[in-house]
Structure formats: structure tokens, C-alpha cells
Design a protein around this ligand. Structure first.
Ligand code: DOR
Length: 448
């Protein structure tokens, strides 16, 4: 195989085995030609010029983070498409789906196209943009969801950050009716949270955050979403599921609802995280207590959870320093998703096969990503290469996001990304971006 553009040699790879219909770890060499996976073989002949010797390392399909907020346009003091995607590739992420709560919100074709042009020639990883559902664009949604390079429509049922909110049940039902693709949902009940806001105000400390925005707030909204999804036979995706009750309910509704979880829900818990990190641990829905923590892990293990996303949601330290509850919710995560979850793999919490499915195969399948998310012949040669044994410490200094911090600062982990590869081109190696601005718009399978 001398005419390959790149040969990845001597690594284990998490390849898709179509006979078994699952991801398996295999010692194989991979050849890339014309930006695609061209050959997978137990031993490929290498020439020095086009070969990467990856002895001791493991090749994953390029990671897809299906929930990030990159803040451009309008909020670029927090993050922009260049810095957000730089953070992504440093963290081993090759593709992101970006959220619509920017300024302006991405609720029109024009706003979507503006984002597309802002990303072109600037993004370091591949990108796709959600369209936001709003009271004003309901009748347009079935057209908007068909825009190329979009994973579909996102709806906020509870206010989080930005002005996007649909808190009227009738409009939510209209949103459900207008479109066919999987509807992606921020599920917290606005009315209950408004009625309980005094809890946060009186406590004046983020330790009350999960009490204010309690599990029932999430449950009311998720029950409503599933009932409407069933009525209209419209698949839904519930983002950042945070509670034990929702997981038990969603386990019984997998026919219509897919489920996302966040690394922070599997790593931090209340009250410890709020006492130690204050508003740096504040996000919506909130990080909850240990009762939920254990049940969330069970949901990862028993197959209720489909996807791990980061919900990368940076705010500046100055903004975070405002007194709670004026302090904004959310913190960065696109760069830390992989090392944090590899550390859980190292600690035996779950298998590398299962983790790989949650960040590659499942987002690929559920959102219909074209040609990415698998190590299989013909797929785009996007890879995330990791050293499962490398010990490292996550630090604020390593964080490329504009906000410059992570709630995981100081955390020692085992497992670290060594290379990020897009279409056969090495983008990140040894914590450095070595080839800039190579990201492209992600394609999705045609949908009627
Ligand atoms: O905590 C959050 N912050 N949750 C969200 O859903 C939105 C996000 C943001 O955009 O800041």
C-alpha cells in the first residue's frame, strides 16, 4: 500500500464490525486515500513518508460532540467559532453540533447562513448548526429543519441562557407537528421554575440551584415532551438528562426518545461541587446529588443513554462572579469531555466500546450524519487518537476557550488525546494545533 495518503500503523482501533453490528477493538492498520478510509488490514506495508507509527495508542472514530454553544455571532467576548473549535480539536473532538442561542438566535435561514459563513475557513473542526424553535418561526420549521448542514431543530422548554423559549404548550404542540426530523429538547418546566425562583434568591448561593430547578421541573417537561412525541410519532432527543426519575421514565420510552448525558453529571455531584466550585458548577439543568449520580451511571450501563455531549457553555469569570442567581449557568466542556470520560474508562466505570458508541456511532445514527462516526471502509478519515495510559492533569492553562477556565482544573486523569485527524490530515498533535482552519460543514442524510 504505497500509494495511500496516510497509513496509521500499529495501533488498536475501535472499528465498526458490520457482521456483528457493533464496535470492536482490533489491532489493525488503516490506510487513507482521497480523505476516506481506503483499507483496513491486519498489516499494511508502510513507507516512511506517509506512515504514522501509533504503537501503544488507540484509534477512535472522530468524536462528535452534539451539544456545544460557541456564542458567535453576538457573544464573542465569551467564545467564538475559532476559539471554540480550537478547544474541540485540542480535546480530540472532530465534529460539533452548535446550539442556536446566540445573538441573534438562529431562528431564520438568514441567521443560519450567517453562521455558516462565519465558520467557513475559520473552524478547526467540522461543524453543523441547530435551528432554534421560537414562537415566531413555528410555521417555517419544516423548511428550516431541511437546511443542509443542520442536525435539525432545538427547542428550549425552560429558559436557560439567551432569549429562546417556548413555554406555551399549544406552541410546543405546533412545533412538534411542523417537521419530521428528531426534535432536540432542553427539558425543564418554565412555569414550575418561575414559581420556585424565590428558593434561589433567598439562598443566594448555588448550592440551592438543584433545589430550585428540581427533578420535578425536569420530569414535568420530559413527560409532556414524550406524550406529544408519541401523539405525532415524532422522534425526540432529550438533552442533558439529569435526574434518576427521568432516566427511569425514558428507559420505557426508547422507541420515541433518545437520551443525552453530560460528563459533569457522571463526575461531579451536589453539594460538594457547589461548595468547592461555587457558580463555576452552576449549569442548567443542574448537577444533582449522589442519589441521581448513581442512577445516571446505571442508565449509561443499561443502554438508556444514547449520547454523551459536553454542553460546552462558556461564560467569562467576571460574569460567573456575579452574585447567585444573577450568575449565568453553563461552563466550558468540549475540550475536557474526552479525558474525563477516558478516566472513567480507566477506572472501570464503563468500557471503551460503550464510550465510543456514545460519542460516535450513536450521534451518527440518531442525527443521520453522513459518512462520519465510524471506522469503516469509505467513511471520512476523521480520527481521534488516544493514549489510554497517559497520566495528565487538566489545567486552566491548557483550556483554549476564551473564558480560560474549567471546573475540572487540577483533576488528574489517565487517558489523553494525542492526535486529532480530519479527512486524513493531522490537525492536533501533542497538545498543539498543527494545521489550522480545516473544519468543514457536516452533511446529513437526506430526509423527506
Ligand atoms: O447551563 C446552561 N447554559 N444550560 C443551557 O442549556 C444553556 C447554556 C448556555 O448557553 O449558557
Amino acid at each position: 500500500m504505497t500509494n495511500a495518503d496516510l497509513i496509521l500503523k500499529n495501533a488498536d482501533a475501535m472499528i465498526y464490525d458490520s457482521e456483528q453490528n457493533k464496535i470492536v477493538k482490533k489491532r489493525v492498520d488503516i490506510a487513507v486515500k482521497n480523505q476516506r478510509i481506503f483499507e483496513i488490514s491486519s498489516s499494511l506495508q508502510a513507507t516512511s513518508s506517509n506512515t504514522l507509527d501509533l504503537t501503544g495508542l488507540t484509534i477512535l472514530p472522530g468524536l462528535i460532540d452534539s451539544q456545544v454553544h460557541f456564542r458567535e455571532p453576538g457573544l464573542t467576548h465569551k467564545e467564538d467559532l475559532e476559539t471554540g473549535t480550537r478547544a474541540a480539536v485540542l480535546g480530540g473532538v472532530t465534529s460539533v453540533f452548535e446550539m442556536p442561542n446566540t445573538t441573534p438566535s438562529t431562528t431564520t435561514k438568514e441567521a443560519f447562513e450567517e453562521k455558516m459563513s462565519l465558520a467557513k475557513n475559520r473552524a478547526h473542526c467540522n461543524y453543523a448548526f441547530f435551528l432554534g424553535a421560537a414562537n415566531e418561526n413555528v410555521s417555517e420549521l419544516e423548511n428550516l429543519e431541511k437546511l443542509p448542514h443542520s442536525p435539525g431543530i432545538k427547542i428550549f422548554l425552560g429558559a436557560s441562557f439567551g432569549s429562546l423559549l417556548v413555554d406555551d404548550d399549544k406552541i410546543f404542540e405546533e412545533v412538534m407537528k411542523h417537521g419530521r426530523r428528531r426534535l432536540t429538547i432542553h427539558s425543564e418546566d418554565e412555569a414550575r421554575m418561575r414559581a420556585r425562583k424565590h428558593i434561589a434568591v433567598e439562598a443566594a448561593h448555588p448550592r440551592a440551584h438543584h433545589i430550585w430547578r428540581d427533578e420535578e421541573s425536569a420530569m414535568i417537561s420530559t413527560r409532556k415532551a414524550v406524550a406529544l412525541a408519541k401523539k405525532y410519532q415524532r422522534p425526540i432527543h432529550i438533552l442533558h438528562v439529569s435526574s434518576s426519575e427521568e432516566m427511569a421514565f425514558l428507559k420505557e420510552n426508547k422507541d420515541i426518545a433518545s437520551v443525552e448525558i453530560l460528563p459533569q453529571f457522571l463526575t461531579l455531584s451536589a453539594p460538594e461541587c457547589y461548595e468547592r466550585l461555587g457558580t463555576l458548577a452552576q449549569q442548567n439543568p443542574p448537577i444533582r446529588d449522589i442519589r441521581h449520580f448513581e442512577k445516571l451511571w446505571q442508565a449509561v450501563e443499561n443502554g438508556t443513554v444514547d449520547i454523551i455531549g459536553s454542553d460546552h457553555a462558556p461564560h467569562t469569570l467576571e460574569e460567573k462572579a456575579q452574585p447567585y442567581p444573577q450568575s449565568p449557568s453553563g461552563f466550558p466542556g468540549v475540550q475536557t469531555l474526552l479525558p474525563i470520560m477516558l478516566n472513567h474508562v480507566h477506572q472501570g466505570r464503563f468500557s471503551l466500546e460503550r464510550f465510543t458508541a456514545l460519542v460516535t456511532e450513536n450521534p451518527r445514527r440518531l442525527f443521520g450524519v453522513r459518512n462520519k462516526g465510524r471506522i469503516q471502509l469509505g467513511y471520512d478519515a476523521d480520527f481521534t487518537i488516544v493514549d489510554l495510559k497517559k497520566q495528565n492533569t487538566i489545567t486552566n492553562k491548557w483550556i483554549a476557550s476564551k473564558c480560560g477556565y474549567t471546573p475540572f482544573d487540577g483533576m488528574k486523569v489517565t487517558g489523553w488525546p494525542t492526535h486529532t485527524i480530519l479527512k486524513g490530515q493531522i490537525i492536533m498533535q501533542d497538545d498543539q494545533v498543527i494545521s489550522a482552519h480545516q473544519g468543514e460543514a457536516i452533511d446529513f442524510e437526506a430526509h423527506a
